[in-house]
Design a protein around this ligand. Structure first.
Ligand code: OOG
Ligand code: MG
Length: 262
């Protein structure tokens, strides 16, 4: 670690304020070029503690930058993880108020809910599938607090991987018997297809994203508890949205997920 505890607390409060006041900030590595991975996750942990202290509940975990489409779009090469919150949840078919966001983008994702804890190192697709209770279709609405979504990995980790809102579909399925690699996903904005992919876009198989999360957490002495909701990362590149847009994502076998931006 290169940052002292006061700086970590201050940067967490800075990013939290940017979110609540809906204000863009420049990426924090501009001012702290020496910060390392541990500092980045320490800022994310401090941000989580700060939110929890004012009553926010953590609703699950997320992986980000798990598809080549996303990595190419953002110019990075490694996946990252973050958390999702109770206030981020939007009902399927619901409204999302763009006035409370900076520059939202939508991503189609496959979500997992675990029934047993998962702990790395050594966690693999098999361990994940055995520990999976069910899968759900999801759309994540990301909203980087950084100007123009321009960031590097350390900055985006500190900013809780751009987490903002998410919508879960109501069709849950046992992963058994579903070919998750070939599960087709079609995203429509205002009735027009804007992106499509299949489950394999995420690290070859979305369960691989959960395994990687368990291994990344394991390296820090943590685990994924039973009953955890996990967003495995966008299968396509993220699509910018604005007030007036309607988004529907159709998932093979899992139904569709929709939302309106107002
Ligand atoms: C970082 C978050 C990426 C995903 O699903 O890939 C993410 C970003 O692109 O702003 O959530
Ligand atoms: Mg995402």
């Amino acid at each position: 670690m290169n940052l002292d505890p006061q700086t970590i607390e201050r940067l967490a409060a800075h990013l939290d304020a940017a979110e609540t006041e809906r204000r863009e900030v420049h990426k924090i590595t501009d001012d702290y070029p020496d910060m390392d991975w541990e500092d980045a996750y320490a800022i994310q942990d401090a941000l989580r503690a700060l939110k929890e202290a004012r009553g926010v509940r953590v609703a699950g975990l997320k992986m980000g930058l798990t598809s080549h489409a996303k990595m190419r779009q953002m110019g990075v090469v490694d996946p990252v993880y973050g958390f999702i919150t109770d206030y981020g949840a939007v009902a399927d078919g619901g409204e999302i108020d763009t006035k409370r966001l900076i520059h939202p983008k939508v991503e189609a994702e496959i979500a997992f809910v675990t029934k047993r804890p998962l702990k790395g190192p050594g966690c693999h697709i098999g361990s994940v599938l055995a520990a999976t209770d069910f899968i759900l279709p999801a759309v994540e609405i990301i909203d980087s607090r950084y100007e123009n979504f321009r960031f590097d990995l350390k900055s985006v980790i500190a900013d809780n991987t751009s987490s903002a809102r998410y919508v879960l579909g109501g069709t849950h399925r046992n992963a058994e018997g579903i070919d998750l690699k070939n599960l087709g996903v079609v995203m429509e904005k205002n009735g027009e297809v804007v992106a499509m992919a299949s489950g394999a876009a995420v690290l070859g198989h979305p369960a691989q994203s959960v395994a990687m999360l368990a291994n990344m957490l394991g390296a820090r002495g943590r685990e994924i508890p039973a009953g955890t909701l996990i967003l495995t990362g966008g299968v396509t590149e993220a699509v910018a949205v604005a007030a007036g847009d309607n988004v529907t994502v159709r998932f093979q076998h899992l139904g569709s997920v929709s939302m309106r931006f107002v």
